[in-house]
Structure formats: structure tokens, C-alpha cells
Design a protein around this ligand. Structure first.
Ligand code: HPA
Length: 278
């Protein structure tokens, strides 16, 4: 058994002992985007520090706890606070919780993040369904010795975001009257934001938005065949020819304001999924 596999088993055992089993969906909440919790009937709340082998979020505005409960009739496991490469974690560590979610039996992974809008029509507060991504992080979470029990050595990435769940999100947004755009997300290392020249470069290579997360989790989800969808909240407009200085406080404030719609969309999508599958 690989090292990773042994750690995974210990984490699983701990969570199962807490009564966490077979979540319908798992959710990873992005920076300043925790209003989805208002829809969650919480049964268990576990700080990451108590979970064996779980990394601990070091960013002050990230809470760092796992929540277990129900949204409507769906059992949901929520990560409030995620791990970033810029904090010093390896991508393998960042992907670890996704392996845990899949092994617990999750059938859908929903990810949110805050991102800079590069495409000219993207405005602060917009919600964008990620249809594809570009990994500009200097690593891959699957690098290293391969354990075939996790899935393939060379996972296919032709459809990293699950078409059926994307459709479900689009239909739910339309039903709620929430505008949901679509775009390509580029993951960068951070923590410094981009220069004008870097935004120009990102636009040239086909990125519509840019952020510092999500892609490692999505790569792991694809390896373990956990269907995933991800939504970006546009927190700053990154037009290289008119770039305004931006602070993390502003980014969080915009994220907070848009989260009212995002959290409604996530909760309603879970509800719609119930109707589809029951
Ligand atoms: N760049 C990178 N990450 C971000 C940005 C950005 O402009 N906005 C929010 N997260």
C-alpha cells in the first residue's frame, strides 16, 4: 500500500467514526464564499486540525473546517476553507481532501472560487461556470509514484467539468433568473496578483479568468472519476489597458456580495438534482 493510501485510510476511518458516510455531494467553498452554509442543516463541524492528515489552512480569512449535514434532502460535506499552493502546500496535499470525498462515496463535487475577470465582458460580481481550465501551477497533483487504486496514471482531461452537472447548473440558474456566464479558468501560483503584461499574456493564451485554486482539486477529481463542476465569482476586472489597483479586502467584499446568488444557485442545484434522480 502506498503512503498516500495508508494516510487516506486513516482519514477515512476517522471521518466514518464521526458518522460521515456517503455524502451525496461535496462542496469546496472559495475565499469569502461561505453563504452556502446558510442552507446547510449542520450535524457535525470538525476543524481541519482534528482530522488526521488534513492540511491546515493558513490564510487568516479562511476558516478551515469540515461541515457535515443536509441541504434539503441531500447529505453534503462542505470544506469551509481550502488549501493553496502559495501557502506552501504541495499539489498532492491540496488534492488529498478530494480523494477523501470520493472514497467516502460522494457523487458530485461542487467548487467555488474568487477569480479575476480577463475577458472583456466579465464584470465584478459575475458568476462564471468554468467549462475548461489551464494549469499554470508549476506542478501537477498526480506527479510522483503511481498508485493504481486511485485511477489512471494519465487521466483523460477532455471534459474535466462534468457536462450533465454543468447543464443542471445552467438550467437551475435560468430558472432562478441568475445570470451565469461560461469561461476558461487559468490557475496561477500567486500570491501576488498579476501584472498588466501577465493579464495580457493570460488573455492571449485563452484564459477568461484567473485565480489561485481549483485546478489541482479538479485534476484529482478527474483521476478518481468524481464528477465536478466549478463556479468563479469575478472579484476584479483585469483589463490590462485600464488596470486599477486592487486589494484582497476589495476582492473579498465583491465575493461576499455575489455569494447571495452563488449560494442560492448551489443550494437550488442540489434540490433540482434531487428531482432529477428521485
Ligand atoms: N488574479 C489571481 N487570483 C485572483 C484574482 C486575480 O486577479 N482575483 C481573485 N483571485
Amino acid at each position: 500500500m502506498s503512503n498516500l493510501s495508508a494516510r487516506l485510510n486513516e482519514t477515512l476511518r476517522f471521518l466514518q467514526e464521526q458518522g460521515i458516510e456517503k455524502p451525496d455531494a461535496a462542496i469546496i467553498l472559495g475565499s469569502g464564499l461561505d453563504q452556502t452554509l446558510q442552507y446547510l442543516a449542520i450535524e457535525k463541524l470538525i476543524p481541519y486540525a482534528e482530522i488526521p492528515h488534513f492540511p491546515i489552512s493558513t490564510v487568516s480569512f479562511h476558516k478551515g473546517q469540515l461541515l457535515w449535514g443536509q441541504i434539503g434532502t441531500r447529505k453534503v460535506l462542505v470544506m469551509q476553507g481550502r488549501f493553496h499552493y502559495y501557502e506552501g502546500y504541495s499539489l498532492q496535499e491540496i488534492g488529498f481532501p478530494v480523494r477523501v470525498m470520493q472514497r467516502l462515496g460522494a457523487r458530485w463535487l461542487i467548487i467555488s472560487n474568487a477569480a479575476g475577470g480577463i475577458r472583456s465582458d466579465l464584470r465584478k460580481g459575475d458568476l462564471v461556470l468554468i467549462e475548461d481550465h489551464i494549469n499554470l501551477l508549476p506542478d501537477n497533483p498526480l506527479r510522483g509514484p503511481h498508485d493504481s487504486s486511485f485511477g489512471e496514471r494519465f487521466p483523460d482531461m477532455s471534459r474535466p467539468y462534468h457536462p450533465t452537472f454543468q447543464q443542471l447548473m445552467r438550467e437551475t440558474a435560468a430558472r432562478l433568473g441568475i445570470a451565469l456566464k461560461t469561461g476558461v479558468y487559468a490557475a496561477v501560483m500567486g500570491p501576488s496578483l498579476e501584472t498588466r503584461a501577465e493579464y495580457r499574456y493570460l488573455r492571449t493564451i485563452g484564459a477568461d479568468m484567473v485565480g489561485m485554486s481549483t485546478v489541482p482539486e479538479v485534476i484529482v477529481a478527474n483521476q478518481v472519476k468524481l464528477p465536478c463542476t466549478a463556479i468563479s465569482v469575478i472579484t476584479d476586472e483585469c483589463d490590462p489597458d485600464h488596470l486599477q489597483p486592487v486589494s484582497v479586502e476589495e476582492i473579498l467584499a465583491v465575493a461576499h456580495a455575489a455569494d447571495r446568488h452563488l449560494s442560492r444557485l448551489i443550494a437550488s442545484s442540489l434540490h433540482q438534482w434531487v428531482e432529477l434522480t428521485s
